[in-house]
Write a protein that binds this ligand. Sequence first.
Ligand SMILES: N[C@@H](CCC(=O)N[C@@H](CS)C(=O)NCC(=O)O)C(=O)O
Length: 214
Amino acid sequence: MSKPLIIWTYDWVPGGEGSPRGYVCDIRLRWACEEAGLEYEVRSVPFDKRGPEHFARQPFGQVPFLEDDGIAIFESGAALLHLAGKSEILMPRDRQGAAETLQWVIAALNSMEMVTVPWWFIGLSTEKDNPLEAWMASRLEHLEKVLATREWLAAGRFTAADLLMADVLRVPKVRRFGTFPALRSYVDRICARPAFKKAKDDQIAYFAAADARS
Ligand SMILES: N[C@@H](CCC(=O)N[C@@H](CS)C(=O)NCC(=O)O)C(=O)O
């Protein structure tokens, strides 16, 4: 019998206004496992004291990372693609569908998130005149054009690429940026999936249980 996958996250993250609960990137892997029906457990590393053991598994001291029967893998995108290799639900097996999924997974990380995260981060200190405003607008405008003409990013159906793109775009401040009806309906549609709801509820409950323990 194969061993369950292990998704590693923090043991706790702050709650309250603007809390990251429900947004910590382990959700990408929980969500993928839920979509694909892959058995998994969640384990944690300390949020406050990130020791050498954590850095040995994630060189930047971040989460998530994944363990799969002796294979250890960090970076949410890499771990997601690893999971996609285990289930056709996440990535079609035909060459064209697989290539499209792969390109949009990388686009979510390297064309969208590489803009949304720095834009969001700079916005913490400069609410007005964010120097990345135009860059952000341009990326969203281009994606809006793509999603105005189709329901999914790749292969004509839900894939890991939609999971990742929606996770990048659902961040509340990103959602409030500009007026992009196709993006709005895309994110609503993808986040209405039961697997997302389960992953999100479970993550929130996981961190709430840590509050109860302390
Ligand atoms: N590129 C990384 C980013 C992971 C990331 O940003 N993790 C956040 C939680 S969602 C984190 O650990 N932040 C704490 C830190 O950067 O020190 C990935 O996709 O796995």
